[in-house]
Design a protein around this ligand. Structure first.
Ligand SMILES: [Zn+2]
Ligand SMILES: [Zn+2]
Length: 452
């Protein structure tokens, strides 16, 4: 029997990590860190991982999928980590950045647990990594379990993980996108029918009107940038350093070439630059569109130095493409936003998922003309700048996922993960209605359940 244990502490997009166990062998799928919790509460249920863990498969380099990896490899020195070469190249600087963030939080918030691991710990973790190409089966230690990676279309290097065991097949989606973005191609799931799908449910609470597709939101965004520049304003786009930064650079570059926006200077953060360089180096090694486009050389983004924030005045006709996408306190986008709030000519444009309780989610809900608590001792700040959201997502929409599951994957069982309770409930009720015979499970944290 092959069992699956959800190691997240709650049904949410948090510290993604899932354990597979069969006949004495155990395999971990992802080893994430919760993006909004602090200290050990942000880690998955690490004490549920058996001592004998030998294999870890990583779906992609976002923090909610890799953030606790150095802790797991330190506790399980025999475990090997398998990931694509692009994920490996992106994950290493991201984990070192996590050490820097935790070290700063220890100083600023007095969190004595931080850092949970050190730069040395990251280096020790990286030596356990093995590159695993797409479509090449891996059979750890010659056992009964076999794994195959397929392109997930989410960020560079992202994969869907096919799990084969005694003639049955499951698919762990990680984060996937079934549509093309500007750089990423659409996901390439293996042909159905599959026996089980372990599926992300990020967008389960968000309906998508059919006429509002990606091209629609791209045009809306470019038109809003033109309008901001025409009234003498600057644009702030809070983005994740990995994925959204590079997608937006490519989109804005094409818009400048097509004359859809003026030749605006674009600023990116330091980490965004490091990861953009990886996109450039890996451009013909990992699946993507515009494999000839070298973002740093051709888009020529400027690197924004956060030390400039105290004296910065946002400049008309400039675009600030800085992290974090959730506007977490102490990040560049959080600090710079308060310079935009009092200026009605300026704009803050969101282009990706914002968790509702995060500062980005709160700013979206407040909108232009509202008052927002931004952590200042002087009280809430009036938001006079324009605030808008453009749905340029890196995740499949809920309608696309239901169509894919029901028509292509056709599993007899679906495990719902990587989504808030409301998002998971929408999938549970919709799939039950569309496919009455399908078994739909919301895996309870910490409890082993049969995968097939
Ligand atoms: Zn992701
Ligand atoms: Zn994720």
């Amino acid at each position: 029997m092959l069992t699956f244990t959800n190691l997240t502490r709650a049904p949410e997009i948090g510290a993604n990590s899932y354990l597979l166990e069969a006949d004495g062998s155990s395999v971990l799928l992802d080893s994430g860190m919760h993006p909004r919790l602090d200290g050990w509460a942000a880690t998955p249920l690490l004490d549920r991982i058996p001592k004998r863990l030998e294999t870890i498969l990583v779906s992609h380099a976002h923090h909610d999928h890799i953030g606790s990896l150095p802790l797991v490899t330190a506790a399980h020195p025999k475990a090997k980590v398998w990931l694509t070469s692009a994920t490996s190249a992106l994950a290493e600087p991201l984990l070192h950045n996590s050490v820097n963030v935790m070290t700063r939080e220890r100083r600023e918030k007095g969190n004595a647990d931080y850092p949970l691991y050190t730069h040395r710990g990251v280096d020790d973790c990286v030596v356990t990594w093995e590159h695993m190409p797409l479509q090449r089966p891996l059979r750890p230690n010659g056992g009964d379990l076999e794994f195959v990676f397929h392109d997930a279309g989410h960020v560079l290097g992202s994969v869907l993980t096919e799990i084969r065991h005694q003639g049955k097949r499951a698919l762990y989606t990680g984060d996937l996108n079934l549509q093309r973005q500007t750089l990423m191609l659409s996901a390439q799931p293996p042909a159905g029918p599959l026996d089980t799908v372990i599926m992300e449910t990020t967008r389960g609470a968000q309906a998508n009107p059919p006429q509002q597709d990606r091209a629609f939101f791209e045009e809306e965004l470019l038109s809003a940038i033109r309008a901001t520049f025409a009234r003498g304003g600057a644009v702030l786009m809070p983005v994740f350093a990995l994925g959204k930064t590079q997608e937006m650079l490519a989109l804005l570059h094409q818009a400048r070439l097509d004359g859809k926006i003026p030749p605006a200077p674009i600023y990116i953060g330091g980490l965004g630059r490091v990861l953009t360089e990886v996109y450039d180096r890996q451009r013909s090694l990992a699946p993507r569109q515009q494999a000839g486009l070298r973002l740093i050389a051709e888009v020529q983004p400027e690197t924004f130095d956060p030390r400039r924030i105290p004296t910065l005045r946002p400049r008309a006709g400039h675009i600030y493409l800085v992290s974090s996408g959730m506007m977490t306190p102490h990040t560049t986008s959080h600090s710079i936003a308060r310079l935009f709030f009092p200026r009605e000519h300026d704009s803050i444009f969101f282009v990706g998922y914002t968790e509702p309780s995060s500062p980005a989610g709160q700013l979206r809900a407040t909108g232009q003309g509202g008052q927002l608590d931004w952590g200042d001792s002087s009280g809430p700040l009036p938001v006079k700048c324009e605030v808008r959201y453009f749905d340029l997502t890196a995740h499949a929409t809920r309608e696309e996922l239901v169509r894919w599951v029901c028509q292509s994957a056709q599993p007899s069982k679906v495990l719902l993960v990587h989504g808030d309770p409301e998002a998971q409930s929408w999938f549970a009720s919709t799939l039950a209605r569309e496919r009455p015979g399908m078994e739909i499970v919301q895996p309870p944290p910490g409890q082993p359940i049969p995968l097939f």
